[in-house]
Design a protein around this ligand. Sequence first.
Ligand code: F0G
Length: 481
Amino acid sequence: MTVKFFGGDTVPLEMHKVRVVQKLNLPPIEERQKAMAGAGNNTFLLQNRDVFMDMLTDSGVNAMSDRQMAAMMVADDSYAGSATYERFEAKLRDLFGMHWVLPTHQGRACENILSQVLVTPGTIVPMNYHFTTTKAHIVLNGGTVEEICYDRGLEVTSSFPFKGDMDIDKLEGLVATHGPDKIAFVRMEAGTNLIGGQPISIANLQEIRAVCDANGLLLVLDASLLADNLWFNKTREESCRDLTIPEITRKIADLCDVIYFSARKLGCARGGAICIRNEDLFRKMRVLVPLYEGFLTYGGMSVREIEALTVGLEETMDVDMISQGPLFIAYMVDELVKRGVPVITPAGGLGCHVDVMRFLPHVPQSQYPAGALASALFIASGIRGMERGSLSEQRNPDGTEVYSNMELLRLAMPRRVFTLSQVKYAIDRLDWLYQNRELIGGLTFVEEPEILRFFYGRLAPVGDWQEKLVAKFRADFGDSL
Ligand code: F0G
């Protein structure tokens, strides 16, 4: 399915051409250091004009196709009964085979509605792994989250192809201990965001379905990262090898009762939706849409975005489209492994995840090593990544730190946005940083918000390591940017 090079190189070849471009700015390292200081060593607080490669997220920043842009021009702008919405609803029914559809303004809005309707105080939501906004909404409604992926899903280096799978014994154990009435619903994330974009298998979903059927439980799929997952089903799961992408999509959907997604990821636009098999459940959720989102035929999205999304969902059924992200990520991961740089393996979707526990073993978790590496990488390269470690956790009520299982630097790969030479640049600068890792020190808070501190907290370097890093860069690279 991929193009082989005569020279034997493994190169992910772009199956698209670029027709609209945006100029990038790469300021010299001294200015990057100043920008990082101005942003309190928090990559969320950088100004995009100072950023060369924005690898913060793949959310709302994927490239759109010519067909998506064209569709935006024929949007039917009406508050109620828009033809644009009809097209969107028909596309979702066609892809997932679920009749009932509700529009929302983004993924977390789906989670709000689902949690308000399904979660009651004292209930439990078993899931392969949580996402920050998902957990927040479940907890807000009095529920708790039980993360029950296989233990091997949390091993940083692995050859296990579906690290996002749920441990069926743990699921059955939870049901036996608490009783099915205490389970609000079972949630699967395809693929898993916080453990490195790792996919789930259809075989696992079938086993979960059987447990749900035996106990009268609802199975909810978070399909925000489904595009990547479909590629992994196709290439890593024997039963999918001869199936088309629409067939694999339907095979997954047929096992679920509810599918929701952030269209900032799935469909390369901005928005979200909930697809529901059961009419009663649809009616219970429907009342919340005009309350929180907007009328039922736009749900907080602009009609232009809905048109782009409908085409984007159609294009997600194209194997050339969905392979681009995973192939670029695999290239980056493989090249970093060759250079000894510690990353999560096997390569997943979403982005490349650097294992900072092994990258900076000398920086204690109390000094936020993943945040420190994010800061160092921006200074060394102008690349903006996202800390996914202890900085993203919240302190205990007594003020002590909660240290995360993994300290990751996520370098997201927005779909069809970067060229291979830009990815090579990212690999090169990470390689250089790894060779000079002993120069990198920790961070300490100077301003620490109580809630979601990673979004707007400000930090300072511990000691003068950033000056030393800049000096070493100049010594090694001369007057290079
Ligand atoms: N579920 C998953 C798996 C996600 O990755 C996200 C968002 C959401 C739900 C929430 O969707 O942002 O549209 O409200 N992930 C983004 C990220 C924020 O950067 O990984 P949203």
